[in-house]
Design a protein around this ligand. Structure first.
Ligand code: S3P
Length: 439
């Protein structure tokens, strides 16, 4: 269904950031593997995360909602996961499916996996390749696309693996398989990616070791056979979801937006570092801690941004934020260049193609390159007036709706349903700030 975002003069107010998607998936997975019961507050109740919870239940964990965003998980512990009945449908979720492939690899079970049209077009060989080296069997064809069936093994062998892509999902799948493998599993990362698996596994009682390698790479090592213990934790606010609200505040002529309780983690902060380089002048106040992560409140008001060449060292730490960064670049003065971001081609959509189409249909000059894009900023409001194809991609939908709040003419999107995968309260939060959406 088509939704339209109309230009408004002022977006203002305070919003509590929704629970982090990456941490919410991991909470349900690790809780489901642990001995005892874990209790989580502030868990993201997006479709992606709920499907991870359903998959854990189908394999033997008990996953119960005890209140709004409050969940209790009783893990399988030493008994281990068992074969699910029926097909595990991961919907749109790369994180749920890839992390659970790693988990399943280490148990004596067989499971059939599938997903929606977007997930079934995404590459899974990046996860299957290392897991097969460890002992996983699967029915995937040479293209490694879902649907397929996995058969895990109780005698998985540890490996030392250097993923060719900067991917926290690949790193996590290998480490999670390593939890149940014989020997020490080592992942060598050339560029740091989000480190929630490492941090949260330690919170659940696992021991990991870290070593810096020459040339900026680092090693993460974990010995197999370690039990996890149940944990009570508050899930920190999602910096990727908060980025949409912050961008809305930066673009609004009388913007005054506060987003509370946002996780501040260097492996996730690239968007905030980049917009500061563009002249955003964001304010930040300490807000304590949740699940071992620092929390901050972030304040954004109108800022005339300047285009930049986004430093490639920041790409991995803002990999989910390029659609909304592109919107900010379209309003900025001068050119913004994104390079070294070819991983965007294999996200929920081909995000380079989707971003370029989103901007063009709204009158913005933009060039597509193999590993990024170059935006010619309008130095003020973009023309707008376009109908954006969301291509099953929640972040394209939210970016286009934010663009409409400050464009000269309203911006429409062809489908808002995917927003529920990561940020079900997005429309409500934006409306509370003063956005004007119509169906
Ligand atoms: C995620 C890792 C990233 C990110 C995704 C969540 C995670 O994917 O884009 O939204 O929770 O591990 P890649 O591993 O493909 O970079």
């Amino acid at each position: 269904m088509v939704w339209t975002s109309h230009p408004v003069k002022r977006l203002a107010g305070a919003i509590r950031a929704p629970g982090d998607k990456s941490c919410s998936h991991r909470a349900l997975i690790f809780g489901g593997l642990a001995e005892g019961t874990s209790r989580f507050s502030g868990l993201l109740e997006g479709d992606d995360v709920l499907r991870t919870g359903q998959a854990m239940e189908a394999m033997g964990a008990r996953v119960t909602r005890t209140g709004p965003s409050a969940w209790e998980v009783t893990g399988v512990g030493a008994r281990g996961l068992s074969s699910p009945q029926g097909v595990l449908d991961f919907g749109n979720s790369g994180t749920g499916s890839r992390l659970l492939m790693g988990v399943m690899a280490g148990y004596d079970l067989t499971a059939a996996l599938t997903g929606d049209a977007s997930l079934c077009s995404r590459p899974m060989n990046r996860v299957l390749t290392p897991l097969r080296l460890m002992g996983l069997k699967d029915t995937a064809g040479p293209d490694g696309k879902l649907p397929f069936t996995l058969t895990g093994s109780k005698s998985l062998q540890a490996i030392r693996y250097a993923p060719p892509q900067a991917s926290a999902q690949v790193k996590s799948a290998v480490l999670l398989a390593g939890l149940n493998a014989e020997g020490e599993t080592i992942v060598v990362e050339a560029k740091a990616t989000r480190d929630h698996t490492e941090r949260m596994l330690q919170g659940f009682g696992a021991k990991l070791t870290f070593k810096a390698e020459p040339g900026g790479a680092h090693e993460i090592a974990l010995k197999g056979g370690q039990p996890l213990r149940g944990l009570d934790a508050e899930i920190p606010g999602d910096p990727s979801s908060a980025a949409f609200l912050i961008a809305a505040g930066l673009l609004s002529p009388q913007g005054d937006v506060l987003v509370e309780g946002v996780m501040s983690n260097p492996t996730r902060s690239g968007f905030y570092d980049t917009v500061d380089l563009m002249g955003a002048g964001l304010g930040a106040d300490e807000r304590g801690e949740a699940a071992g992560e620092r929390l901050i409140d972030i304040h954004a008001g109108y800022a005339g941004l300047r285009g930049i060449h986004v430093p490639e060292r920041l790409v991995a730490s803002m990999i989910d934020e390029f659609p909304i960064l592109a919107v900010l670049a379209a309003f900025a003065t001068g050119e913004t260049r994104v390079t070294g971001a070819d991983e965007l081609r294999v996200k929920e959509s081909d995000r380079i193609g989707a971003v370029v189409a989103m901007l063009r249909v709204n009158g913005v000059e933009v060039e597509e390159t193999a590993d990024g894009f170059t935006v010619q900023g309008c130095g003020g409001p973009v023309p707008g007036g376009g109908l954006v194809e969301t291509r099953h991609d929640h972040r394209i939908a939210m970016s286009a709706l934010v663009m409409g709040t400050a464009a000269l003419k309203a911006v429409s999107v062809d489908d808002v349903s995917m927003i529920d995968t990561s940020y079900p309260e997005f429309m409500g939060h934006m409306t509370a700030l003063g956005a004007a959406f119509s169906a």
